[in-house]
Design a protein around this ligand. Sequence first.
Ligand SMILES: *Cc1c(COP(=O)(O)O)cnc(C)c1O
Length: 383
Amino acid sequence: MTNNGQFRGATLTVDLRAVRANYRLLRSRLGAAALCAGVVKADAYGLGASYVALALFAEGCRHFFVAHLDEGLALRPYLPRSADIFILNGLPRGAEQECVMAGLVPVLNSLEQAEAWFDCAQRLARTLPTVVQVDSGMNRLGLMPDDTATCAKNYSRAGVFDLRFVMSHLACADTPAHEANAMQLAAFRQLAALFPDVPRSLANSSGIFLGRDYHFNLARPGAALYGVNPGPAAVNPMRPVVRLTARVIQLREVSPGDRVGYGLDYSAPTASRLATLSIGYADGLHRLWGTHGAVFFESKRLPVAGRVSMDSIVVDASSVAPGCIGPDSEVEVIGEHQPVDDLACAAGTIGYEVLTALGHRYRRIYLGADESVPSVVLEDTLS
Ligand SMILES: *Cc1c(COP(=O)(O)O)cnc(C)c1O
C-alpha cells in the first residue's frame, strides 16, 4: 500500500488501552494464585496479534496462546523470551525441532504428540517445556481419560518434560447454570490429579466468571479481552475495544416502489434518502446480517436496504435531515451505538465470529500502541 489508508472505505479502530483495561479487570476477578494469560489466536480475534500481545505484555501478561504453530512462529519475534507462547492445536507431526528452536510450547493433545515430544527431548538431552491438555467432556481436543493415565505414567517422569500446565477447556462456560460446568470441573480435577504438583488451567473468558473454583493457576481469556460479553445473559462488564466506521460514497433520493441492490429485493416503502457505504461482505459483513442489520449516524439508526454487496451496502438514511449526511460522512457499524455483540445478534452469530471475519481491507488505527512498546524494548536491553 502506498498510502496510509486515508482513501480506504472503512476504518477499524482498535483501542489497546481498552484491551489493557479488560486484562486488568479479568485479572482482578482471579484469586492471587491464578495468573492471567492472553489468547491471541486468529490474529488476536482479527484485531492484530502483534499489537495486542505487546499491549498485554506491557500489562504484565507473560502467557500467550495461539492456535497454530505458524501463528506462534509469526508472533515470536514481537515478544521477549520471558513471554511463553503456547500452541493450542498441538504439535504438528515432524515440527518438534521447529518448536524447540523457536522457543514455542506445544499443548500436547494426544499420546502420539506426547511420544514425539518425549523422543525429541531425549534426542536433544534437554528438558522441554510442555502443556498437556486433557478432555474433561467437550470431546474436541485433548487426551481421553485412559490416554491421560498412560501419558502421566509414561511421560511425566522428572527431567524430560517441564510440565508447565495441565489444562482443559469448558464447553458451556457462557451459560453459568449449565450442569456441564460442574461435571467438567469434577472430571478435570480427577484427571489433573494424575499430574501431582503441575499447575492447572481451565477457564476461558466466561470461565473466569464462574467463580474461584474454576480459576486454578492460569486463566486463558480471549474474547473478553476484545470487548465481547463473557456472560451473554448479563450486562457486559468489559470495555469496548473495536470501533468500525464506513464512509458514505453516494447519496440518492428514490420514489416509493423504487428497488435496490442485487436481485432488486428491497422496495422503498416511501420516498427515501438512500446512502451507499463503502463496506461489504468482503469486509466481514455477512449477507445474512443485511436482513436485520443497521448502522448508526450520530444516534440515528439507518437500516440496511437490500442485499449486502461485496464492497458496498445501501442504508436508508431518510431519518437524517437533508444536508446533514453526504459523501465522506462516516457512519458507525460497530461502536457506541452498536456493540460487537449486537451486530453479531443481528447477523445470527456471535461476537467471536464477527471479529475474526473482519478482514484486511480496513484502514487500521491502534489507540495506545506507543504506550505498549517501551517496556518491551527496555526488558530486552536489560536481559
Ligand atoms: C479459544 C480458546 C480460549 C479462549 O476462549 P475465549 O472464550 O475467547 O475466552 C481458551 N482456551 C482454549 C483451549 C481455546 O481454544
